[in-house]
Design a protein around this ligand. Sequence first.
Ligand SMILES: [Mg+2]
Length: 420
Amino acid sequence: MTKVILLAAGLGTRLRPLTNQVTKCLVPIAGRPLLDYWIEKIIEVGITEALLNTHHLAGQVRDYIEQLDGELQLIEFYEPKLLGSAGTIAANPNFADDADEIIIIYADNFSDVNLAELLNFHRQHPDPITMLLFHAPNPKACGIAELDAQNIITSFVEKPKQPKTDFANAGIYVIDSNTYKEIAAMQVFDLGFDVLPKFVGKMRGWVWDGYHTDVGTYKTYLQSQRDAVELTIDKFNRGRPAIFLDRDGTLIKSVHYLSDPEQVELVAGGGEAIKQLRKAGFACILVTNQSPIGQGIITEADLTEIHKALSAQLAEHGTQLDGFYHCPAVPQVKDRTVVDSYDRKPGPGMLFKAAQEMQIDLTNSWLIGDMISDILAGYHAKCKGLILIETDKDLEDKTSLPVSWHIVPDLTTAVKLIID
Ligand SMILES: [Mg+2]
């Protein structure tokens, strides 16, 4: 029998401000909590019992555990004070009692590792620990292992100045039950620093050539959204392509804190643009940030009326939108490139939600907007094309972003570009 410990209690300080609202193991990736991907993998290999430690925003994790359907018994271990990876083991020495081996997983990794193959490898060698290794793009920032011909780890150095290989500790280990107890009895804090160096020569490395990343930094977290579209392509490239449209300044004329349906006015050529896009086979989906709702300036009911007015104007042109998505969250930071709420643009949440609910092929979809936050939402959701409608608004210098987009003067030109 195999059991799992999911190390999930980290504060996620490098992911603030996002992790002020959601605990790190539950940050969404392609619209699903990160933990979902791990639970799915654990269940896939027939494991029925796992322990998960909690600390920051533990209530969210408790709620998450409650909604699981019972295939996996997930036990919460609450740490009022963070114990460290080895400390969590020390506090749960009996967890391994009825198991042959324990898989330790740092749940802030996003990975397509094959756990069945990892377990097979572990069971076929005589050493008590297997460390999953991946090819690190930045070995100096990782724990780096050297392997001999039998995959025995012959050296293991945390953050080496001169890395000898790019085989990095992936934060996933298989540990035999007896050795787990031995580690628990050490009563130390950190696996990487306090425990693993003692097992050099007595543990093996298994190199995973597939996808593996630590989503602990803001940059890798956002990249993982795009990677998830590739990894779970069956979910995201089926169905029809969409055009995700920003509302204010893109489809309707911009009014500061628009609150009255009377103020709704399609941009010139707006009706015809939607008509052409739909005729070309695109679903037209509105994605709009609505912080006035979060601020109490307008209500959800007001927004419904506003969107009814928009629909009525489109109907006059014989067309309609296929979907409406809005996010009421209030921004926590001024910088429009920072994702402080997953759904609020530049977060990709609304796009992923639409893709799942409406069977949208994201990789063949486009985004049209008039702000950098629109563009980035489309980028994070791996849309094929991003179009910025040039406005007189001051666009700060964004040349350092790894993103490129088209710039057009108006919606009509954007549509021509897409259809051509
Ligand atoms: Mg806008």
